[in-house]
Write a protein of this length. Structure first.
Length: 266
């Protein structure tokens, strides 16, 4: 009788242990499945608002959904400002030390001193010379008188050209105050000037051929040219050329210029 009771108890214990084992296995499987699908379960609960419903039924008010955040306004960046120059000469007030106040900056800086050994720049020197030019004065009786004028003119390596070009420019203010004029036709240009032996060959433009003062005007313009050219000690006479050609007469039946003219030709 006692043996049968012990067998019954042992069989009941075995069944109980097996049942516990089955439950443990089942719980383990469920736990594994829940853990593996935790993300999907959470997503499903959020989609169905299951947690909110449970909270509402339990007397709790669900937290309001966050309001949409407006995009921050766009702020244009300012261009970088040039740092204020507080060095002397910048034109602004400069603060010197604490409590010293503002000191007006000096004006423009003086030119920097040249480094030692620098070669100084040579000043541009304009060469000049004194030339004897001849203009004319017409008195009340219509007599044409020749007058010499000393003028300081720019100097080049062709002193005869310098003198003749200055003559063609006409009298200056000082000569005009002395009532001096020129009879050389306006627009006359010196094309070339050269000296061969003691003769100066002066080549003028076509305008030299036409003088509105007639025969006396032609004589007067030739005197101005011949006397100005022969003021040079190496020139004895002058051969007049027009556009590079030797002409017999100056202006129709005017003054003969087919040969060199000296001061004694007038």
């Amino acid at each position: 009788m006692a043996g049968s009771k012990r067998g019954s108890r042992s069989s009941q214990g075995s069944r109980g242990g097996a049942g516990c084992l089955v439950w443990l296995v089942a719980l383990s499987v469920v736990f594994v499945l829940v853990f593996a699908n935790l993300g999907k379960i959470r997503q499903t609960l959020e989609n169905t608002r299951f947690l909110d419903i449970i909270s509402t039924k339990g007397g709790r008010t669900p937290a309001p959904a966050p309001a949409p955040v407006a995009p921050a306004p766009r702020v244009e960046e300012e261009p970088a400002r040039k740092p204020r120059d507080t060095s002397p000469g910048s034109g602004d007030a400069v603060t010197v030390g604490p409590g010293s106040g503002s000191v007006e900056a000096p004006g423009p800086e003086a030119p920097a001193a040249k480094p030692p050994g620098a070669v100084p720049e040579k000043p541009v020197v304009v060469r000049t010379r004194s030339a004897a030019l001849y203009f004319v004065r017409i008195d009340g009786d219509g007599v044409i008188a020749r007058n010499e004028v000393k003028r300081t003119i720019p100097a080049t390596d062709s002193p005869l050209t310098d003198a003749m070009e200055s003559l063609l420019k006409g009298p200056g203010e000082e000569e005009l105050r002395k009532e001096l004029i020129t009879l050389i036709p306006q627009g006359t240009r010196l094309l070339s000037a050269q000296v061969r032996g003691s003769t100066a060959y002066l080549n003028f433009s076509e305008a030299f051929m036409y003088n509105s003062y007639g025969i006396e005007g032609y004589a007067g313009q030739l005197k101005q040219v011949v006397w100005t050219a022969t003021a040079f000690p190496t020139v004895q006479d002058v051969q007049i050329l027009v556009e590079g050609q030797r002409r017999d007469f100056l202006g129709g039946e005017g003054v003969y210029i087919g040969k060199p003219l000296s001061r004694n030709s007038f």
